[in-house]
Design a protein around this ligand. Structure first.
Ligand code: NAD
Length: 479
């Protein structure tokens, strides 16, 4: 039974220099559970963009001189206000993104939790020397205007920490959500406009051209980008115009390696969750599962049983675990990969493998056995509810195959032997490696990818300092 309350899609506007603004062109926002447009979103013009950059630039000197405490207080008020509008934000998020309402609420709460933790981290000068020869300190200064660009899979968990990281470290920000999921992020502008001085927080919706304008603009000092590898490369090229600082959180094709000492039944639910949360549209989801041949059949049948059991549907329906794929282009891409998979000889599709015959972009949770490298499903990032399970009998070979990719976001090892797990995890080429766990970030730890999965880190002191520039201060000995 649907529990969808009334959705408010009025007053959807950009935040520019402390004012909500619409005007000009607009575009449709599609509900992926129906495939139909449910709202119009304003599409920022070049003039609105220039005014937003100008406002952020003008606000920077004043904002950068405020204390960490003042910025922390304002960001805490922002977080309070977001929590106060949790229901409304969650409804927008479920309608535009597709995820179950409980997951939308959890995403917003997690975003606030990360932001609140980030703003407790102290950034102090590092004293590198203090003796009779003098004093040398490494100080951290804000960069200026940060441009935040976010994807459609987890819009709020991408937006709120980007805002908190930039503003807490004394920068101003111009944030741009994905055109597929702009509405909940624009609401953050409405929420933040009374909390911050004009120009400190600016949020504009628009298409990819708006992202391109941001990466090329000489008055933007840093781009904090989350999205695909292909776009990340374009961002990096355009950022060279004024040597913008970059944090790039890009795609992944995470491997998990299951050793032969596990109880498949005991770990199946955790593996399923790590692969199929958000219908597989998670950068760090398990996207290649390597399973030892001793436990292979038991493992694939446990996973397939869960895949057949979970409820797929509109995120507002009770008990839904998997929502739709978020947009039509991604839906077609996942179905193309499934067509390619079905054509491979010897492959067994144990669950799903097809679209669901209803409006919207629904694909049945899919578990594919007896597949290997050299196929699109294994080599590419499918970013949908589809998991290839690959057989191995030699651990060194499995590690080599897991590492044989241009991606390097996350990776994991599943075993009862924790020493062995730690040893294998350390050999995996990834920004994070887990034992008996996969997916998830904590605000206190740096998060990011190696190889083509990204550059730099978010979160933790290391992530915050990516919004700052170190300056070495060299002082003579006291007279
Ligand atoms: P995308 O790269 O297509 O778009 C991301 C954002 O970039 C959007 O806001 C888009 O409008 C903008 N954009 C597009 N072209 C641009 C350009 N030339 N210059 C500047 N901005 C431009 O990615 P997507 O399809 O929205 O998101 C899915 C991808 O994001 C997946 O690859 C996923 O793995 C990745 N992702 C990574 C992380 C991470 O933390 N590593 C987290 C979430 C998603």
């Amino acid at each position: 039974m649907s529990t969808q309350p009334t959705l408010d899609v009025n007053n959807i506007a950009h935040l520019i220099d402390g004012c909500l603004e619409t005007g000009g062109k607009s575009f449709d926002v599609i509900n992926p559970s129906t495939g139909a447009a449910f709202a119009r979103c304003p599409d920022a013009s070049r003039d609105q963009f220039e005014r937003a950059v100008g406002a952020a630039r003008r606000a920077f000197p004043g904002w950068s001189k405020t204390s960490f405490k003042e910025r922390r207080d304002r960001l805490n008020r922002f977080c309070d206000a977001i929590q106060g509008r949790l229901e409304e934000l969650a409804m927008l998020l479920t309608t535009e993104q597709g995820k179950p309402l409980a997951a939308a609420k959890a995403e917003i709460e997690r975003a606030v939790y990360i932001a609140r933790h980030l703003i407790t981290i102290l950034i102090e000068p590092e004293v590198m020397r203090s003796d009779a020869t003098g004093r040398v300190e490494l100080r951290y200064k804000p960069l200026g205007v940060v441009g935040g660009i976010t994807p459609w899979n987890v819009p709020i968990i991408m937006a709120v920490p980007k805002i908190a990281s930039a503003l807490y470290t004394g920068n101003t920000i111009l944030l741009k959500p994905s055109p597929y999921t702009p509405l909940a992020t624009l609401r953050l502008g409405d929420i933040g406009r009374d909390v911050f001085p004009p120009g400190v927080l600016n949020i504009l919706a628009g298409g990819n051209d708006l992202g391109q304008w941001m990466t090329e603009h000489p008055d933007i000092d840093k781009i904090n980008f989350t999205g695909s590898v292909a776009t990340g490369k374009r961002v990096m090229a355009a950022a060279s115009t004024n040597m913008k600082r970059l944090t790039l959180e890009l795609g992944g094709n995470d491997a998990a390696i299951v050793l032969n000492d596990v109880d498949p039944r005991a770990i199946a639910a955790s593996l399923f969750q790590a692969a199929f949360a958000n219908s597989g549209q998670v950068c760090q989801a398990i996207k290649r599962l390597y399973v030892h041949e001793d436990v292979y059949e038991a493992m694939v049948s446990e996973l397939a049983a869960i895949a057949k059991r979970v409820k797929v549907g509109d995120g507002f329906e009770e008990g839904v675990v998997c929502g739709p794929v978020q947009n039509a282009a991604q839906y077609r891409r996942v179905l193309d990969i499934l067509d390619d998979t079905a054509r491979q000889s010897g492959v067994r599709i144990l669950a799903g493998g097809h679209a669901i015959d209803r409006p919207g972009y629904f694909i049945a949770p899919t578990v594919v056995a007896d597949i290997a490298e050299g196929t699109r499903l294994v080599d590419e990032e499918p970013f949908g509810p589809v998991l290839p399970v690959i057989r191995f009998n030699d651990l060194d070979d499995a590690v080599a195959r897991a590492n044989d990719t241009r991606f390097g976001l996350g990776a994991s090892v599943w075993t009862r032997d924790l020493d062995k797990g730690a040893e294998v995890a350390a050999r995996l080429e990834s920004g994070v490696a887990w034992v008996n766990h996969h997916v998830g970030t904590a605000p206190e730890y740096p998060f990011g990818g190696i190889k083509e999965s990204g550059m730099g880190r978010s979160n933790g002191e290391m992530g915050l300092k990516r919004n700052m520039e170190p300056q070495l201060l060299v002082l003579p000995p006291a007279a």
